[in-house]
Design a protein around this ligand. Structure first.
Ligand code: RB5
Length: 146
């Protein structure tokens, strides 16, 4: 699978580690920056990455900041993106099964590397259940236009 990554400075180290991790799992990584821990503004990285995912250039996105909140708010403004901020494996599993989330958001100041790896693997290996969950996802678009 192709996974698009982006982060701000707070998420930079975790992004680097997770890119190495998903390569170990034989997936491909596309890195939308940032490329150092110099302070930057998270929307400048989250938005282009989210647009790329909505445009179909990657199967999933993993977008990281300090809490995961700023990048989650940003990514969910992009039509076609369903971004889920997950702090445990159960959330990652259900984000795929029920919400068909295509972007995973992580908070580098909230969870440690080992948990972030478990969440990442659970997310990318998860499968959407469809059925009643599909109807609910269609309603998001129908009601909000997004
Ligand atoms: C940066 O200090 C921090 O505000 C950012 O990484 C993020 O947590 C915002 O939601």
């Amino acid at each position: 699978m192709k996974i698009a990554f982006a982060s701000d400075h707070a998420g930079y180290n975790l992004k680097k580690e997770l890119i190495a991790f998903i390569k170990e799992l034989d997936h491909q990584a596309l890195d939308f920056g940032t490329y150092s821990d110099e302070p930057v503004d998270y929307p400048d990285y989250a938005f282009p990455a989210a647009e790329a995912i909505a445009g179909g250039i990657a199967d999933y996105g993993i977008i990281i900041c300090g809490t995961g909140i700023g990048v989650n708010i940003t990514a969910n403004k992009v039509t076609g993106v369903r971004a889920a901020l997950c702090t445990n494996e159960k959330m990652a599993e259900l984000a795929r099964q029920h919400n068909n989330a295509n972007v995973l958001n992580l908070g580098a100041r909230i969870i440690d590397l080992e948990l972030a790896k478990k969440i990442t693997q659970t997310f990318i290996e998860g499968e959407f259940l469809g059925g009643r969950h599909m109807i609910r996802i269609e309603k998001i678009h129908f009601l909000t236009g997004n």
